[in-house]
Design a protein around this ligand. Structure first.
Ligand code: NAD
Ligand code: UDX
Length: 350
């Protein structure tokens, strides 16, 4: 029986016998005479989570970071402190096109994540998930890089199991308005595991649950940014019906730490990364009112089709295999995000 742990396979990775050895890493990494920096590509690195990941990797001082982004929902503003740094490179690039760079690790985040953005051009979203992931896997195979995919809790759809473990296969509508994203990410996961089994590519798959924090696009459309922006602008917070649907919100620094540990650990995943604290949307609006703007009002508005009714990660695997658990509670994280929004909305420090 092969040693599954040493091969980097988890119980869910599938057929161990057909696995090939991973492609050899770049000769630069093996150099005896120079201490080469780790070269890391982050697709989607100009976005919300990606730009925080750039900060973490650049601050280490031992990496060269390349960001490839088409700026559909991300912006140069998020990366301004690194532009011009000798260890940082920003490329305007769409992942649906091939990319030739020499790197040791790839964090593959490129994909619109807010439902408003991913539904805007559904065909482009699915191309990004499928062709974009194929291109990045081809790159990983060619240069022998390890690749991490940021998949999503949306692969569980409107879940019939609660909380969601990685073993749950999900309840997803294949032809609905969210399918470009949730089915797209499911195909992206399939591609990751097929490249792993067939070509020996070293993969890592994170299933990210709702993440929030500073630097989120103010008009991103996701619930935490909407409520905070509405409260600060003196607008009514729009709770989509019925308001009893739940989500579990993870602060961005915890998320980045989880992704980093997954990339540099021994487990392929998929691994849930999220904060198990579960809140209804009415409770979230109540917290924004209590912690950020006491005069904020709420109204119930129409919801969109196929909105998952509940969502909460089981993070047993992340805790056991990565030694990870989230540190920042929603009560602590909301004011930090509100301070950043206030600064950007008014141009003044909160
Ligand atoms: N934030 C969350 O709650 C959450 C939850 C689950 C999964 N994720 C995943 O994490 C990743 C990052 O999400 P985020 O919240 O930072 O979103 P975001 O929209 O802020 O960032 C996505 C980035 O990808 C870029 N991008 C989109 N399409 C591209 C393409 N075709 N080529 C190159 N770049 C492209 C965008 O310009 C943007 O900079 C996404 O893969 C998303 O699916 C996020
Ligand atoms: O203004 C709003 C926006 C949203 N909502 C509700 O808030 C809940 C969360 O909605 P969001 O748009 O923030 O995000 P969703 O949880 O639906 O999807 C997210 O899931 C995980 C990631 O992959 C993505 O970041 C995104 O697709 C939904 O029930 C939605 O109906 C409101 O009540 N008011």
């Amino acid at each position: 029986m092969p040693d599954l742990e040493n091969l980097g396979f988890d119980d869910m990775a599938g057929n161990v016998d057909s696995a090939k050895a991973p492609p050899a890493p770049s000769p630069l990494r093996m150099s005896k005479f120079t201490t080469a920096k780790m070269r890391i590509l982050i697709t989607g690195g100009a976005g919300f989570i990606g730009s925080h990941l750039v900060d973490r990797l650049m601050e280490e001082g031992t990496n060269e970071v390349i960001v490839a982004d088409n700026f559909f929902s991300g912006s140069k503003e998020n990366l301004k402190k690194w532009i011009g740094h000798p260890d940082f490179e920003l490329i305007r690039h769409d992942v649906t096109e091939t990319l030739f760079v020499e790197v040791d690790q790839i964090y593959h985040l490129a994909c619109p994540a807010s439902p408003i953005f991913y539904k805007y051009n559904a065909v482009k979203t699915i191309k990004t998930n499928v062709i974009g992931t194929l291109n990045m896997l081809g790159l990983a195979k060619r240069v022998g890089a390890r690749i991490l995919l940021t998949s999503t809790s949306e692969v569980y759809g409107d879940p019939l199991e609660h909380p969601q473990t990685e073993e749950y296969w999900g309840n997803v509508n294949p032809i609905g308005v969210r399918s470009c994203y949730d089915e797209g990410k499911r195909v992206a996961e399939t591609l990751m595991f097929d490249y792993h089994r067939q070509h020996g590519v070293e993969i890592r798959v994170a299933r990210i649950f709702n993440t929030y924090g500073p630097r989120m696009n103010i008009d991103d459309g996701r619930v935490v940014s909407n409520f905070i922006a509405q409260a600060l602008r003196g607008e009514t917070m729009t709770v989509q019906a019925p308001g009893t649907q739940t989500r579990s919100f993870c602060y961005v620094s915890d998320m980045v730490d989880g992704l980093y540990r997954l990339m540099n650990g021994d487990h392929t995943g998929p691994i849930n990364i999220g904060n198990p604290g579960e809140f209804t949307m009415l409770e979230l609006a109540g917290l924004v009112k209590e912690l950020i703007e006491p005069s904020a009002e709420t109204k119930i508005v129409e919801n969109t089709p196929d909105d998952p009714r509940k969502r909460k990660p089981d993070i047993t695997k992340a805790t056991k295999l990565l030694g990870w658990d989230p540190k920042v509670t929603l009560r602590e994280g909301l004011p930090l995000m509100a301070a950043d929004f206030k600064e950007r909305l008014t141009g003044l420090k909160a």
